[in-house]
Design a protein around this ligand. Structure first.
Ligand code: IGP
Length: 265
């Protein structure tokens, strides 16, 4: 099943936790924990020394993995040895994917790919390679993306459309930016592909909001901060389960009932 089919048939708001590949020796246990806690897919970051779109937390997670001596190869080997039901989406900067090639990802069982620094005008070759390898190449839109370009990205994206909720870098934020709902609505107006909001979604409340505005949330920094602070796979699973519960309810489990009315079922 392709990533897109998997997400389209999930029948619930989508939750995609992000895990930095190789962050600990037993890092694939975090993937299993995310799956068991209700993830619909998992984004795995290949650590990169110059991650221009990443805030401090994801950068620290990358540095931790690189300090352990991991490489894209070692991470893909680990993935090949791990059996998961949920699709794996690899996030990597253009430089690395150009060097290692998409066929290697497919061989490791990867079903989606995000290359955030790939300019749309240069992505046609990679889109063709990904399609040939059976990997969904997920394209990104941001609040600054003009309308005609947004429409083109939605047409060319596979798997889902990654909507960057706020201009800037990855990382936890106090509230979900107003730009998130506006962007999700712009995307939903031009495509029926799933739209996932990412960047700055840290709490169950914010995840529920992302599920109401779009089709779900990608959550990275809030989870990697816990891992950097020593969270075990079971601890991470509990955090993911809270996000899952909030998305399913359309609100945070702690929200008083009066605020529930009007939420999308
Ligand atoms: O960390 P946040 O703010 O929860 O956002 C998700 C994000 O970490 C993950 O999708 C991601 C990590 N690195 C990226 C680089 C570009 C785009 C997306 C990403």
């Amino acid at each position: 099943m392709t990533l897109e089919t998997h997400l389209r048939t999930a029948g619930r708001p989508l939750l995609v936790p992000y895990v930095t590949g190789g962050i600990t020796a037993d890092w694939t246990d975090y993937l299993v924990a995310c799956q068991e806690a209700g993830a619909d897919a998992i984004e795995v970051g290949l650590p990169f020394s110059d991650p221009m779109l990443d805030g401090v937390t994801i950068q620290q997670a990358s540095d931790r993995a690189l300090a352990r001596g991991v490489t894209p190869e070692s991470i893909l080997d680990d993935l090949s040895r791990t059996t998961l039901r949920v699709p794996i989406i690899v996030m990597t900067y253009a430089n690395l994917v150009l060097r290692h090639g998409i066929a290697r990802l497919a061989a490791a069982g990867v079903s989606g790919l995000i290359v955030p620094d790939l300019p749309l005008d240069e992505s046609a070759v990679l889109e063709a390679e990904a399609a040939a390898a059976g990997v969904d190449l997920v394209l990104l839109v941001a609040p600054s993306t003009p309308g005609d370009r947004l429409r083109e990205i939605c047409e060319r994206s596979r798997g889902f459309v990654y909507a960057i909720s706020v201009m800037g870098t990855t990382g936890e934020r106090e509230t979900l930016a107003a730009s998130a709902a506006t962007l999700a609505a712009r995307v939903k107006a031009v495509t029926d592909r799933p739209v996932l909001l990412g960047f700055g979604i840290s709490t169950p409340e914010q995840a529920a909001e992302a599920g109401r505005a779009g089709d779900g949330a990608v959550v990275g920094a809030a989870l990697m901060r816990r891992v950097l602070d020593g969270a075990t796979p079971a601890d991470l699973g509990r955090a993911v389960a809270e996000l899952r519960a909030a998305l399913d309810l359309g609100v945070s489990p702690g929200t008083p009932h009066a605020e529930v009315s009007g939420h999308r079922g």
